[in-house]
Ligand binder design. Structure first.
Ligand SMILES: [Zn+2]
Length: 696
């Protein structure tokens, strides 16, 4: 049914792409019959002008320009007239070129960021009513067409002619000898390492939107789940979105001694029906029917708890959902595949996720996940859970959350302490230098940071928005009610402040603009958590005791064990789709179920003593997030590695500053600089080992 070739390669634009050794590209618009000859002549000419020392740069630069040049960019004469004056043939010329790009692209990105920020202001901040046009302003992305513009006006080709595009492999190996400037050049070139036609970006956006909508409307009306006797375990009006709300309700079952277990088993059954697509189509998002998920029997609803029936008048039957879940996933794959020919250094979605977004090779990520999954600590933690539950593990106990530490203060006590201290956003802002001093930043640094972070009242829960240029400021958005800040809002504000500190230092104190930021989002989250976990200390209250630390470590370890398996399922599915590009939804379903069972049987069955469980495939992200799930596991591991290093250190401020000054180099290089070793699961495993020793 799906024949790929005709779909993603318009016949008029047939690209021939091959990667030859050394990462050099040989890709070309097949219509450019003159290119080979023009390139050879120009190469000879430029070598004559600039000398043999520039030969390799000339060859690579011309090859990169040729790879992205399209017929509409001009003929052989245009190609020559572009390349001849724009090649920087000696170091002083290259320095001028690099410095100009660095300065001007900072201005461009910075001002685009500022425009985006003010356009979203009415939506983001607590500034009174929003109108429909405010949503339109908020949705506008001023930088969306910059890449297209830069190819059209040939500035992208200036970069491609002068700076090498690198593969992840080169960034990992050759970079050992790179200067900071060479790192910055690599980051500049990477910005133009793909030239994706607008219609391809559009196809990806459309598939993403379809998947988002499918997931956003996938609700289960819980009061309409009935057992063989027709009794209802869940209260009226309860409408749970798959999988997040279902999972959270399952977790809350641990606090319900009477009915918790029955509820959890029911939710597991619902999840399995969704994954296997044996769920009756009519029960999805529909309060008009009652459903027994065990027998799969469906009847007209015997009670009415919800007035608005979203999709009424559907015939009451247990005809299953027609594999829509997998048809939706398949659409995201087929759209992603259309990008492949235009991304020569990362020619699959899998490569783009690992080599470009994460910059950790897939094999290394897999090895890290496995070191958690296969850890001898798993069965030890599992026995503790069984002990705490007083029963053997059930498959849904991958979501066990009973390690929650109890603080010295109640939430109400903390609320009143925080409300008194921070009646409004300005009070928080005024206290920031003081808080930063407590984390060990010098007086001068604390003042500098506080001056560069604006504190504003958020409409939603809060977020941190970094600046895009050194003359602009970071924004800390936090929720403050009329009665002052509450503890939850404060805890989030401290987290966001961690982001803002990272954003400010890694932009304003860095040597090269192109290296601003962190390697990937896991790193800024890790720093935000370092701040967040010290929130009581910043309030001047005693830090959590050792027992809390132990429970916390076991909790995070168990979460990471769970999400590591889900990550392997997500990765396995994408590999299967690339191996079977013509598959239909039913085949994808069968493959997904097999992958989920295989991962379960390898890493969970020995601990849970149950085989062939498919629960790991319930994550909604699998359907709509384009291979995002491994980021959660990587995030936990990176966070622990940094936290282990900072553990027991009195002043973390100067350490954080030293770490983030490395900027957006690859994760391994960043981590070696930060803690002395590459990215790994070691931090989490040693924290868990310590927790097991001290667990009472
Ligand atoms: Zn965050």
């Amino acid at each position: 049914m799906f024949t790929l070739k005709g779909v993603f390669l318009p016949s008029i634009l047939a690209l021939v792409l091959t990667l030859v050794s050394g990462g050099q590209m040989n890709a070309q618009d097949a219509r450019l019959t003159w290119m080979k000859e023009a390139r050879a002549a120009l190469e000879k000419e430029l070598v004559t002008t600039y000398g043999e020392t520039q030969h390799a740069r000339i060859t690579q630069g011309l090859s990169q320009v040729a790879a992205f040049w399209r017929q509409e960019d001009g003929d052989a004469t245009s190609f020559r007239e572009f390349a001849r004056p724009n090649f920087a043939g000696n170091q002083p010329a290259l320095d001028v070129l690099f410095n100009r790009f660095e300065y001007l692209l900072e201005q461009l990105n910075g001002h685009m960021t500022e425009i985006g920020m003010v356009f979203r202001q009415q939506s983001d901040l607590d500034l009174g009513p929003t109108y429909p046009f405010d949503d339109l302003f908020a949705a506008y992305s001023p930088g969306a067409h910059v890449a297209d513009d830069f190819f059209a006006n040939k500035l992208a080709f200036v970069v491609l002619l002068n700076f090498p595009i690198t593969t992840l492999d080169e960034r990992l190996t050759a970079s050992a000898h790179w200067s900071r400037r060479e790192w910055a050049e690599a980051r500049l070139a990477q910005q133009f390492s793909k030239r994706i036609p607008a219609e391809v970006n559009q196809a990806v956006a459309e598939a993403g939107a379809i998947a988002d909508k499918y997931i956003a409307e996938y609700n289960i009306y819980m009061h309409h789940l009935v057992d063989a006797k027709g009794s209802r375990l869940f209260p009226p009006h309860m409408r749970l979105l798959s999988h997040w709300n279902l999972r959270d309700e399952l977790k809350s079952g641990y606090n319900d001694k009477e009915k918790g277990m029955a509820k959890q088993k029911t939710i597991q059954q619902v999840m399995e029906r969704i994954v296997t697509q044996t769920i009756p189509d009519v029960v999805v998002d529909n309060p008009d029917v009652d459903w027994n998920p065990f027998t799969n029997e469906v009847r007209p609803a015997a009670v009415r708890d919800v007035e608005v029936a979203a999709k009424s008048n559907r015939p009451v039957s247990n005809v299953p959902e027609p594999d829509t879940r997998y048809a939706t996933l398949l659409k995201t794959f087929l759209a992603s595949k259309k990008v492949d020919p235009y991304s020569p250094t990362a020619p699959t979605l899998i490569a783009r996720r690992f080599d470009e977004n994460r910059e950790i090779p897939e094999a290394a990520v897999k090895a890290m996940l496995e070191s958690v999954l296969k850890s001898p600590l798993v069965p030890k933690v599992a026995r503790i859970i069984e002990d705490r539950l007083g029963r053997s593990l059930q498959p849904f106990d991958i979501w066990y959350n009973g390690f929650r530490p109890r603080g010295q203060y109640t939430e109400a006590q903390l609320d009143s302490i925080v409300a008194r201290k921070y009646p409004d956003a300005d009070a928080y802002k005024a206290d920031m230098p003081n808080m930063l001093l407590k984390l060990g930043f010098s007086k001068e640094r604390a003042d500098y940071l506080a001056n560069n972070i604006l504190v504003e009242p958020a409409r939603g829960s809060g977020h941190a928005a970094g600046a895009g240029m050194r003359s602009a400021k970071a924004h800390l958005r936090t929720r403050v009610s009329k009665n002052g800040m509450d503890y939850k809002g404060y805890n989030i504000a401290v987290h966001e402040m961690g982001h803002n500190v990272e954003q400010t230092l890694s932009l304003n104190t860095i040597d090269h603009y192109f290296l601003n930021g962190v390697p990937n989002t896991a790193f800024t989250e890790a720093i935000a958590y370092v701040f967040q976990t010290r929130d009581l200390q910043l309030l001047g209250l005693p830090s959590p005791d050792a027992n809390n630390e132990t429970l916390d470590a076991l909790n995070v370890f168990w979460q990471t064990y769970e999400i590591s398996g889900v990550s392997l399922v997500d990765m396995g599915i994408w590999h299967w789709m690339y191996d079977h590009p013509a598959a239909n939804p039913a085949e994808l379903k069968a493959a997904t179920l097999q992958i989920a069972k295989d991962v379960w049987n390898t890493y969970y069955a020995p601990v849970f003593k149950t085989k062939d469980v498919v629960l790991l495939a319930i994550y909604s992200h699998i359907i709509h997030s384009f291979l995002y799930i491994p980021d959660y596991a990587i995030g936990h591991l990176i966070s622990h590695q940094i936290e282990e290093y900072l553990r027991g250190k009195q002043s973390i401020g100067p350490e954080i500053e030293r770490m983030v000054k490395a900027g957006s180099v690859v994760p391994d290089v960043w981590m070696k600089n930060a803690v002395g070793s590459p990215v790994s699961a070691d931090g989490m495993l040693s924290a868990t080992g310590r927790a097991l020793k001290s667990y009472k």
